[in-house]
Design a protein around this ligand. Structure first.
Ligand SMILES: *[C@@H]1O[C@H](CO)[C@@H](O)[C@H](O)[C@H]1NC(C)=O
Ligand SMILES: *[C@@H]1O[C@H](CO)[C@@H](O)[C@H](O)[C@H]1NC(C)=O
Ligand SMILES: *[C@@H]1O[C@H](CO)[C@@H](O)[C@H](O)[C@H]1NC(C)=O
Ligand SMILES: *[C@@H]1O[C@H](CO)[C@@H](O)[C@H](O)[C@H]1NC(C)=O
Ligand SMILES: *[C@@H]1O[C@H](CO)[C@@H](O)[C@H](O)[C@H]1NC(C)=O
Length: 294
C-alpha cells in the first residue's frame, strides 16, 4: 500500500519537477541576493554582568554574526537591569547568599522576555567583578571564593550559558574603559584615527587610566603596557588601575589616615570632618592603610 503510494507520486512528479525547477531557478536568481542579506544579518545575544563595588548591572546585548574583522559591529544594547546592591557587600553577611543580588534581574529578564526562552541556553553570559571584590580577596581569599562560588551557582542556574564568572584584573578594567569610550565616540572603526581618546574611570573602589602609547620603543614598555586588537588593528595601551582610589575607598582611606594621625584612637574624631558627615567607624583602619599603599 505504502509502496504503491510512493510510486504513484514519484511517477507523476517527474514531469512536474522540471517545470518546478525552471521556476525555482528564476526565483532563486531574484530571491537569493535578498536571502543572502537576511542570512548575513543573524544575531547573537549575550548578557554582561558588571559586578561593581557599589552596584550590580546586567546588560543584554545583541550583535551581528559573522563579526566584522573579528570584532562585534552594530553592537546593540537591548536592555539594562540595575541593582543598588553589590556582591562584595556579602563579605560582612552570609556569603552563600551573595548570588541573590542577581536574582531579581534574572527573573525580570525572563518575565519581560528580554531573550526568548528558545534562545536562552545559546545566550552567553559573562560576569566581571571589579575592585570591590579585589579588595575582598586582598582581605581574605576564602571569603572571596565563597562569594564567587555563590554567584557562580546562581548564574549557572539562570538558564543562560555561563561562559565566565570571575574577578577581572585592574588592567582589564582599564582597557575595557578605553575600548568603551573610543567605541562610543566611533573612533575605532576608522583606520589611522588620530582622535583616539585616553580614558579615566573613577569607580567606587578603584580608578583606572588608559591611553594609547604606540610611539614609544617596545624596550621601554612597562608591565602596564598591553596590546589590544580591534577591527584588525592593534593598539598598544598604557593601562593601569589604582586600587583604593575609587570614590568610596578614597573616603575610607582619608578617614583611616585621620584615625592614624590622631594619636589616640580611642578618642572620637570631630575635625576636620565636614558638617553632617558620619563619625568614622572604621574597625579595619589599620588594614586599609596597609592594603592601600600606592
Ligand atoms: C546562609 O545562607 C544559606 C542559604 O540561604 C542558609 O542555608 C544558611 O543557613 C545561612 N547561614 C547562616 C549562618 O545564616
Ligand atoms: C576568612 O574567611 C573565612 C570564611 O568566612 C573565615 O572562616 C576565616 O576566619 C577568615 N580568615 C580571617 C583571617 O579572617
Ligand atoms: C566560577 O565559574 C567560572 C566559570 O565557570 C570558573 O572558572 C571559576 O573557577 C568559578 N569560581 C568559583 C569560585 O567557583
Ligand atoms: C605589543 O605589540 C608590539 C608590536 O607588535 C610588540 O613589540 C610588544 O612587545 C607588544 N607588547 C606586549 C605587552 O605584548
Ligand atoms: C600612621 O601613624 C604613624 C605614627 O603617627 C606614622 O609613622 C605612619 O606613617 C602613619 N601611617 C600612614 C600610612 O600614614
Amino acid at each position: 500500500m505504502a509502496r504503491n503510494c510512493c510510486k504513484y507520486f514519484t511517477v507523476s512528479l517527474v514531469p512536474v519537477a522540471s517545470v518546478v525547477l525552471a521556476v525555482l531557478f528564476g526565483l532563486a536568481i531574484a530571491v537569493l541576493p535578498v536571502l543572502y542579506v537576511q542570512l548575513a544579518k543573524q544575531y547573537r545575544y549575550g548578557v554582561i554582568v558588571d559586578a561593581g563595588s557599589s552596584h550590580t548591572d546586567m546588560f543584554f546585548y545583541r550583535w551581528e554574526v559573522p563579526r566584522y574583522r573579528d570584532t562585534a559591529k552594530h553592537f546593540q544594547q537591548e536592555h539594562h537591569c540595575y541593582s543598588d546592591k553589590s556582591i562584595n557587600s556579602y563579605a560582612d553577611k552570609n556569603t552563600s547568599e551573595a548570588g541573590s543580588v542577581l536574582e531579581s534581574c534574572i527573573t525580570k529578564s525572563k518575565n519581560r522576555g528580554f531573550v526568548t526562552s528558545g534562545q536562552r541556553s545559546n545566550t552567553q553570559l559573562f560576569l566581571g567583578a571589579t575592585a570591590g571584590m579585589r579588595l575582598v580577596y586582598c582581605k581574605n581569599v576564602t571569603l572571596g571564593e565563597e562569594i564567587m562560588s555563590s554567584v557562580n551557582s546562581t548564574l549557572a542556574g539562570s538558564g543562560y550559558h555561563l561562559v565566565s564568572g570571575r574577578v577581572i584584573s585592574g588592567q582589564e578594567e582599564a582597557v575595557a574603559g578605553w575600548i568603551t569610550g573610543n567605541y562610543l565616540q566611533q573612533h575605532l572603526k576608522h583606520s589611522g584615527s588620530s582622535s583616539l581618546m585616553g580614558s579615566l574611570d573613577l569607580g567606587g573602589a578603584s580608578a583606572e587610566i588608559a591611553f594609547l602609547d604606540s610611539t614609544s620603543d617596545p624596550r621601554s614598555h612597562t608591565p602596564y603596557h598591553t596590546n589590544v586588537s580591534l577591527y584588525d588593528r592593534s593598539y598598544t595601551l598604557y593601562a593601569r588601575s589604582y586600587l583604593c582610589y575609587g570614590l568610596n575607598e578614597a573616603y575610607r582611606r582619608f578617614l583611616a589616615h585621620l584615625i592614624n594621625g590622631s594619636g589616640d584612637v580611642s578618642q572620637p574624631i570631630s575635625q576636620p570632618l565636614p558638617a553632617g558627615w558620619d563619625q568614622p567607624h572604621l574597625p579595619d583602619w589599620r588594614h586599609i592603610l596597609r592594603m592601600c599603599q600606592p
